[in-house]
Design a protein around this ligand. Structure first.
Ligand code: GTP
Ligand code: MG
Length: 312
């Protein structure tokens, strides 16, 4: 593994891929990997892009990557959950569309096909972001499908959160408002070539007026990702938001919080692994579990006894 980290530090993309896979698989080696690479992090600008299925997120991301590349930035892209029923087909489309990016050394694309063990977050998204950051990608874009709490969690640590909507969402628009709108830093109305785009803008403006007090008022950008319209406006809006984060001190506040959270999460993960080991290996714990399984001991009574045993 030393070798793998060594190769990673020498900018070997295969080593990067392997380390991301270890993160994705929740490898017990992850803690050591992160200890080694963390000192190299902190430079990347992270953008989260979310919205309903088929809104044109990938088309937009493709155009954004081109913009960042033409401005001299390297880019890492993480596409979360392309295996969902909505986007299984779209992912193949993405590969074809992104063909150019796979050939560009300054772009690293990765899709996370799996959900976490608990069915929640894509595993270790934060660690994967840190790996890309440490590898030297200037800009990291996370694309995720959906407008609920789970998607909000996936892009929680993005510096700039872009929520994409489109004309004709109907009831989904309500879900969008209830779910993810609160966290948006930039609002995009894509497919502005279709009828109804202005209605969506009006709707979003209304919603913004109800937004809780915040120093930052999200811009609403009309785009036609397919025709590359509005993409430079989105690029500028993201840049403006990034400057705001830095100048207002919000970025530093978020960093303080994030460092604590990463540490706590890592401890929790370690504890989970430790507990699994206890259940499998400690004789007295196994004995209590057995009695619980046989029905002679209340499971919660059993839990209490195991806790006392482990924490004594
Ligand atoms: N009319 C129109 N169609 C667009 C526009 N942008 C993207 N599309 C089309 O919308 C469809 C979905 O685009 P994707 O970029 O795959 O959308 P997505 O949001 O990434 O989709 P999922 O990842 O499956 O949720 C494709 O057929 C695109 O060509 C646009 O500005 N106007
Ligand atoms: Mg997509």
């Amino acid at each position: 593994m030393e070798n793998l980290i060594e190769r990673f530090l020498q900018k070997d993309r295969i080593a990067l891929s392997k380390l991301i896979t270890l993160a994705e698989d929740d490898s017990p080696r992850l803690l050591d990997i992160m200890k080694a690479v963390y000192p190299l992090t902190g430079k990347a600008y992270v953008i989260g892009v979310t919205g309903p299925p088929g809104a044109g997120k990938s088309t937009l991301v493709d155009k954004l990557i081109r913009s960042y590349r033409s401005n001299g930035y390297t880019v890492g892209v993480i596409c979360v959950d392309p295996s969902s029923i909505f986007s299984g087909g779209a992912f193949l489309g993405d590969r074809v569309r992104m063909e150019w990016a796979y050939r560009d050394d300054g772009v690293y694309l990765r899709s996370l096909a799996t959900r976490g063990a608990l069915g929640g977050l894509a595993p270790r998204i934060n660690e994967i972001i840190k790996l890309l950051d440490a590898f030297g990608q200037d800009v990291i874009i996370i694309e995720t499908v959906g407008v609920g709490q789970m998607e909000a969690d996936i892009i929680r640590y993005a510096d700039t959160k872009v929520v994409v909507s489109v004309p004709g969402l109907g009831d989904q628009m309500q879900a969008l408002k209830a779910g993810i709108m609160e966290i948006a830093d930039v609002l995009v109305v894509n497919k502005a070539d279709l009828p109804g785009a202005q209605d969506v803008v009006n709707d979003l403006q209304m919603m913004l007026r109800l937004r809780k007090n915040s120093d930052w008022i999200p811009e609403i950008i009309l785009t036609e990702a397919l025709n590359n319209r509005g993409v430079s406006e989105l690029y500028e809006a993201a840049k403006k938001h990034r400057m705001y984060l830095i100048q207002s001190g919000v970025k530093e506040q978020q960093a303080v919080q994030q460092r604590g959270q990463l540490c706590q999460n890592a401890v929790q993960e370690q504890m989970k692994v430790y507990l699994q080991k206890c259940f499998a290996e400690i004789k007295d714990v196994k004995a209590i579990l057995k009695v619980v399984q046989e029905g002679s001991l209340n499971p919660y009574q059993g839990a209490d006894e195991i806790r006392k045993l482990l924490l004594k």
